[in-house]
Design a protein around this ligand. Structure first.
Ligand SMILES: Cc1cc2nc3c(=O)[nH]c(=O)nc-3n(C[C@H](O)[C@H](O)[C@H](O)COP(=O)(O)OP(=O)(O)OC[C@H]3O[C@@H](n4cnc5c(N)ncnc54)[C@H](O)[C@@H]3O)c2cc1C
Ligand SMILES: NC(=O)c1ccc[n+]([C@@H]2O[C@H](COP(=O)([O-])OP(=O)(O)OC[C@H]3O[C@@H](n4cnc5c(N)ncnc54)[C@H](O)[C@@H]3O)[C@@H](O)[C@H]2O)c1
Length: 467
C-alpha cells in the first residue's frame, strides 16, 4: 500500500489546495471524472458566465431600440459560441491535468475514491494510506424520479450537459426556481429559445429579499414564460425529438411541448460513494459532511471543504474554505476558522441580482431594529443615461451603530456594484463614513449605491451628524 503525507479527493478546489507550500509533502490527488478541474471550471460558474455575455449581447437590440439605436439582430450561432467557450475551458482543464501529472510531489489517481478504514482509501485496484485526507468531492445536479423520464432521457438535461449540446433547442422547458434555472432562462431566452420556466412554488429566488425576488420575477416574466405553483407529474415523448411535460396545479393538468427539458432543482452532495462509515466520518442531513469550524470531520486527520460540507454552494466560499484548510494543514498548532459573516451571492440572469447580509424579512423575524432605503437606478444620472426601468438598490442598516445589516441590488452590474457594501460590512465601516468619507465618481453608476446610503441617513439622522 502506497503511503502519502496528504491525500486530496476531488480536483476542483482540492486541486487548488495543493500549492507550492506543499512542495515537500508527498501528495495523492484523486479524481473520478475524466475531466479535470471540477464543477466551476468545467460545468459551473465559468462556462455559464461565458454564455451569459453572448445572451446579454443578443438581448441588446431591444434595449438599444429604447435609446434610439437600431441594432439589427441577425441571430446567434450556438455551435460557434459553444466551441469558443469550451475550446478555452477544455484546454485549461487538460493543461491543468498535464501540469499536475508532471508535478514531482503529486501523484494523480484517476478513479473513484472510497474509504476502507480511518486513513485508507481504495481507488479501483489501488489502496493508499495518508496521514491527512481532504475531502473536496463537491456536489452534482439532483435527479428526479418521474414517470416517463427514462423514455425521454436524450431530451432531458442538467447544468452538467446542456452547455455542450449540438443544437440550441427551439423550445426549452426549465424546471426549478433557483440560481441555475434563472441563469439558464436568460442564457437560452436571450439567445432566442422559447423558454418556459416551471416552478413548484409561487416564488423564484426564494432566499433573496422579497422585494427583490418579486421584482426579479416580474422582469423575467417579460422575457420568458413563467408557470408557477405547478408540480411536474410526468413526461413523455411525442414524435421525433419532442418532450411533453405534464404538470399539475390544484388538480388541473397542463401540458408543455418542448425540444428539451432542463432540470435545475438543486444539487446533491458527493458523499455517497465515499463509504464514510468505514472511516467514522459523520454526515448531517442530505449527505452533507459534518465539519467543525476548522473544517475537521469527526475522523481525526480527515478534513472536508467546498460543496460536500459547506452550507454555501458557492465557489468564492469553497475558495475561502480552501485557504483555511491549507493554513490548518500547514499550521496544526494555530488552527483558523472560515469567516462566514458576510457571504455575498449573485445571480447572473437578466436582470442581475446580488446580495449580502440579512433580508428585510429576516430582520423582521429576528426582531432586529433597522432602517431601510431604496434607491432606483432611474433616479441617478447614469440611470438616466441607461433610461433604466425597474432596477434598484435596497439597503438595511442598524440605526444605532450605523452598520449595514443587508444590501440587495437588482439591475445592471449588480454583482459588481455590491462589492463596496461587502467591504463595508466585512470591515465594520459605518454608513456615514461610507457615504461621505470618500468620493463617488460622478456620474458613474455607483452613485446609485451612494444615494441609497444617503437615503438611509435621511431616513434617520444619526446623532453625531446632527451635532
Ligand atoms: C451551473 C452552475 C453555475 C455556478 N455558478 C456559480 C457562480 O457564478 N458563482 C459561484 O460562486 N458558484 C457557482 N456555482 C457553484 C460552484 O461551481 C461550486 O460551489 C464549486 O465549484 C464547488 O467546488 P468544490 O471544489 O467543492 O467541488 P467540485 O468543483 O465539484 O469538485 C469536486 C470534484 O470531486 C470529484 N469527485 C467526487 N466524488 C469523488 C470520489 N469519490 N472520488 C474521486 N473524485 C470525486 C468530482 O468529479 C469533482 O471533479 C455554480 C454551479 C453550477 C452547477
Ligand atoms: N451565480 C451563482 O452563484 C450560482 C449559479 C448557479 C448555481 N449556484 C449554486 O448551485 C446551487 C444549485 O443551484 P440550483 O438552481 O440547482 O438550486 P437552488 O437551490 O438555487 O434552487 C432549486 C430550485 O428547485 C426547486 N425544486 C427542488 N426540488 C424540486 C422538485 N422536485 N420539483 C420541482 N422543483 C424543485 C426549488 O424549489 C428551487 O426553486 C445553488 O444553491 C447555488 O449555490 C450558484
Amino acid at each position: 500500500m502506497q503511503h502519502f503525507d496528504l491525500a486530496v479527493i476531488g480536483s476542483g478546489s482540492g486541486n487548488s489546495l495543493i500549492d507550492e507550500r506543499f512542495s515537500d509533502w508527498n501528495v495523492a490527488l484523486i479524481e473520478r471524472d475524466p475531466v479535470f478541474g471540477g464543477t466551476c471550471l468545467n460545468r459551473g460558474c465559468i462556462p455559464t458566465k461565458m454564455f451569459v455575455i453572448p445572451a446579454d449581447l443578443a438581448a441588446s437590440p431591444a434595449e438599444a431600440k429604447r435609446l434610439g439605436v437600431d441594432l439589427r439582430r441577425e441571430g446567434s450561432d450556438w455551435r460557434a459560441i459553444r466551441d469558443r467557450i469550451f475550446g478555452r475551458i477544455d484546454a485549461v482543464s487538460a493543461g491543468g491535468l498535464d501540469w499536475r501529472e508532471r508535478s514531482e510531489n503529486v501523484t494523480v489517481f484517476h478513479g473513484e475514491a472510497s474509504f476502507t478504514g480511518p486513513k485508507t482509501l481504495k481507488i479501483g485496484d489501488d489502496e493508499i494510506s495518508a496521514d491527512q485526507i481532504v475531502i473536496a468531492t463537491g456536489s452534482r445536479p439532483r435527479r428526479l424520479d418521474l414517470p416517463g423520464l427514462d423514455e425521454v432521457a436524450d431530451l432531458v438535461y442538467t447544468s452538467d450537459d446542456i452547455m455542450r449540446i449540438d443544437k440550441r433547442p427551439q423550445r426549452l422547458v426549465i424546471v426549478g426556481g433557483g440560481y441555475i434555472a434563472a441563469e439558464f432562462a436568460h442564457i437560452f431566452g436571450g439567445l432566442g429559445t422559447d423558454v418556459t420556466l416551471i416552478n413548484r412554488s409561487d416564488r423564484l429566488l426564494r432566499s433573496y429579499d422579497r422585494e427583490v425576488a418579486d421584482q426579479f420575477q416580474h422582469l423575467l416574466s417579460q422575457k420568458v414564460k413563467l408557470r408557477l405553483n405547478q408540480a411536474l407529474s410526468s413526461v413523455e415523448r411525442e414524435g421525433d425529438g419532442i418532450v411533453v411535460v405534464t404538470t399539475d396545479r390544484n388538480g388541473i393538468e397542463y401540458e408543455y411541448f418542448a425540444d428539451g427539458l432542463l432540470l435545475a432543482i438543486g444539487r446533491d452532495r458527493n458523499s455517497d460513494a465515499l463509504n464514510l462509515a468505514a472511516a467514522g466520518i459523520e454526515t448531517r442531513s442530505a449527505g452533507q459532511i459534518r465539519v467543525d469550524a476548522e473544517h475537521r470531520t469527526s475522523a481525526p486527520g480527515v478534513w472536508a471543504m467546498g460543496d460536500v460540507s459547506s452550507d454555501h454552494l458557492l465557489k468564492h466560499v469553497a475558495n475561502a474554505e480552501t485557504r483555511t484548510v491549507q493554513h490548518n494543514l500547514l499550521h496544526p498548532d494555530d488552527l483558523q476558522e472560515t469567516d462566514y459573516r458576510y457571504v455575498p451571492h449573485a445571480v447572473f440572469s437578466s436582470p442581475q441580482v446580488a446580495a449580502v447580509g440579512a433580508t428585510e424579512e429576516q430582520l423582521r423575524q429576528w426582531g432586529v431594529p433597522y432602517v431601510v432605503a431604496t434607491q432606483r437606478y432611474a433616479d441617478v444620472a447614469y440611470g438616466w443615461a441607461l433610461e433604466d426601468e425597474g432596477h434598484f438598490v435596497k439597503l438595511l442598516a442598524d440605526p444605532s451603530s450605523w452598520h449595514l445589516l443587508g444590501a440587495h441590488i437588482i439591475g445592471p452590474q449588480a454583482s459588481t456594484l455590491i462589492q463596496p457594501l461587502i467591504q463595508a460590512m466585512s470591515f465594520g465601516q459605518r454608513v456615514p463614513d461610507l457615504a461621505r468619507g470618500q468620493y463617488w465618481i460622478h456620474p458613474a453608476l455607483p452613485e446609485v449605491v451612494e444615494n441609497a446610503l444617503l437615503g438611509l441617513l435621511a431616513a434617520h439622522q444619526p446623532a453625531e451628524l446632527g451635532k
